[in-house]
Design a protein around this ligand. Structure first.
Ligand code: ADP
Ligand code: MG
Ligand code: ZN
Length: 618
């Protein structure tokens, strides 16, 4: 997953402080002269300039980052409100600010890398200046108390000052409709009920029906959850009040809960309306049971549950929440009357990918040779956001090449760039290394092309891309959900193909096949342990590992030591058989292997038809 939610920046190495300020100490029985002296000091302090606020230089956030990067910052103190104060290495003090909500991970990294001493401030202003500025007030308050006047209400007023709540949520009326969401017909159907309810809440009220209250959209990042939620608001033409779960998680106990109250108040005022809570896992995690209890989050979550239970079912407020980690959510959130409807938004399947590509290519000049179906086939695992990015990158490639239409090769370039990282276009290998890579990739390609159940070869390249020196790519004919034993065995042989070719041609193997071996071993292990594809072990299946959040604790094996030995033997056998088959195939077709190697050395990147051609001609 791309990112973790939660306040990494603020939580790091800090303990959760209490409320912004402790209430003033009850006045001890001071003597009158002591108090009078205090009042005099207070008066003086009102007029003497505050030393901490004397002449600190004020930096913008980007200046601050630049200065840290240049090693000019010795220490910083971070406030929960985003204020920063600190010292430069030359001794000057400065003040600055950082964006609290954005949680810029670069910032933390920078601080780490340049050994900046980091501390946190218990509240927005430096402790020292805070004490100084409040001292006079405290003294005067103490005087009031001492003289028996009731000043408590005033204190209450004062305490409120430190708790300014920033603007928390965005309010808009989106013009997005279901037509803007390509594919996902099932999900649209599920949420259209919400649209109907929001359009006619009175109808539901008259019939005494309880409308939907909460919808939880579950899926990986970039799959269009936000888009779909906005489309619901757009279709129903109601206000869309959106907020991110992590923005509730404040360090001040009680603030998050207050914000939840505000949010729902606003939603009720605007009803019928949609409240959209993105990344709800940031606030909706299971209460208790954690190593570090987070009272603040618990309070916030409790408040949210109370709001959802409290509001009139016919009131016309629907809460839509999004998460990619439903398993961490507190079960209480999923109870009836809360987020009792779940809509799965998985990564798009091939047909959906094509629809999304079509949607994002609309209005862009595509060359007649571009087949978005082929592009969709070549992008399994891409999210909607990735595909939107792909179309944009392809357009950029076309512009750079001075063309005014987008060609198929632009899509291929864009895809490779997204998939494999930037390619520099030069093949910086030694000639003999280049030959070894060509032999290796030709081996993969040839075994793939000659195995009856394997996916056809789409592309073979000896251009380094990302970590790999060369790449052989197979393209599934259809999206697969089930894998036959024959397919899996072929796929083992294909993985062994690179190494086998090295052995056939050079008589020895190189270190370049480590990844292939690791992949093959993993697959073979699953075939034996999980898929019951080993005769010796029989039709048993052990699910792999435990839930990942148990981490290293999950070392308990559900079978005996002797079984493990059989598994190891069977995995070894499968791998040996696959290797032998690859070697036999390549020895048998040695002439084809050599020819394919030459073609690869010559052209560096070839496709499946070139492989078939080599097979036909030798
Ligand atoms: P999520 O909230 O699930 O992380 P978003 O709704 O923010 O994803 O999607 C990011 C972008 O990806 C959208 O703005 C849109 O451009 C594109 N996108 C994702 N899914 C689709 C889809 N089904 N149809 C069209 N565009 C999509
Ligand atoms: Mg989103
Ligand atoms: Zn390989």
């Amino acid at each position: 997953m791309k990112r973790e939610t939660g306040g990494q920046l603020l939580d790091r190495g800090t303990t959760r402080p209490g409320p912004p300020q402790a209430p003033p100490p009850r006045p001890p029985r001071w003597r009158v002269w002591l108090l009078l002296a205090g009042v005099l000091v207070a008066m003086a302090l009102f007029f003497v300039p505050n030393p901490a606020a004397h002449h600190p230089e004020s930096l913008t956030y980007s200046q601050l980052k630049t200065d840290i990067g240049a090693g000019q910052v010795a220490s910083v103190a971070l406030g929960q409100d985003g204020s920063v104060s600190g010292k430069l290495t030359n001794g000057t003090t400065f003040t600055s600010s950082y964006p609290v909500g954005l949680q810029d991970p670069q910032f933390t990294q920078l601080l780490d890398q340049h050994d900046v001493q980091v501390s946190t401030k218990p509240s927005g202003t430096p402790v020292w200046s805070l004490v100084l500025s409040f001292l006079p007030l405290l003294l005067i308050v103490a005087l009031f108390l001492w003289t028996g006047r009731t000043a408590r209400r005033q204190i209450g007023g004062l305490m409120g000052i430190g708790r300014s709540r920033g603007r928390l949520f965005d309010r808009e009326r989106p013009s997005t409709t279901f037509a803007d969401v390509a594919g996902y017909e099932g999900a649209k159907r599920e949420v259209s009920e919400v649209v109907d309810f929001l359009k006619h809440p009175d109808r539901y009220r008259r019939a005494g029906a309880v409308g939907p209250k909460g919808v939880l959209m579950v899926g990986p990042p970039g799959t269009g959850k936000t888009l779909l939620a906005r489309a619901v608001a757009g279709e129903a033409s109601v206000p869309f009040i959106s907020v991110t779960g992590s923005s509730f998680v404040e360090m001040f106990v009680g603030v998050g809960a207050a914000r939840v109250r505000d949010l729902f108040e606003e939603a009720r005022r605007q009803a019928p309306s949609i409240v959209f809570i993105d990344e709800i896992d940031a606030l909706g995690q299971r209460r208790g049971g954690q190593l570090f209890a987070n009272d603040e989050r618990d309070q916030t979550l409790n408040q949210m549950l109370a709001e959802m239970d409290g509001f009139d079912p016919a009131g016309g407020v629907v809460v839509i929440a999004a998460t990619n980690r439903p398993e961490v959510l507190d079960p209480a959130l999923l109870r009836p009357g809360r987020f009792d409807r779940q809509v799965a938004i998985p990564l798009p399947a091939q047909r959906e990918r094509e629809a999304i590509l079509v949607a994002h290519s609309r209005g862009k000049p595509l060359a007649s040779g571009v087949d978005l179906n082929v592009v969709a086939r070549g992008t399994p695992g891409f999210s909607g956001a990735d595909l939107a990015n792909l179309v944009n990158e392809a357009a950029i490639f076309a512009v750079r090449a001075g063309r005014d239409v987008i060609e198929a090769l632009d899509f291929a370039e864009a895809r490779d760039r997204i998939l494999l990282g930037r390619r520099d276009g030069t093949n910086a290998l030694l000639p003999e290394e280049k030959r070894a890579v060509a032999v290796h990739e030709a081996g993969h390609a040839l075994v793939a092309a000659l195995s009856p159940h394997a996916d056809p070869v789409a592309k073979v390249t000896i251009l380094p891309a990302g970590q790999a020196l060369g790449v052989t790519e197979q393209l599934p004919v259809d999206e697969r959900h089930l894998y036959s034993e024959g397919y899996l065995k072929d796929s083992l042989a294909v993985r062994m193909g690179g190494r086998a070719a090295e052995r056939v041609v050079f008589g020895q193997v190189s270190s370049g096949a480590a990844n292939d071996l690791a992949g093959a071993t993993e697959l073979a292990t699953r075939m034996v342990r999980e898929f019951g594809m080993s005769a010796a072990l029989g039709p048993v299946g052990f699910t792999s590992g435990g839930p990942s959040y148990l981490g290293g604790l999950d070392t308990v094996r559900p079978y005996a030591e002797a079984t493990q030995r059989v598994i190891d033997e069977e995995v070894g056998r499968l791998l040996r058989e696959a290797d032998e088959r690859a070697v036999a195939t390549l020895t048998d077709r040695r002439a084809t292997l050599d020819r394919l190697t030459r073609v690869l050395l010559d052209r560096e990147t070839i496709d499946g038809t070139d492989v078939d051609e080599a097979i036909r001609q030798t």
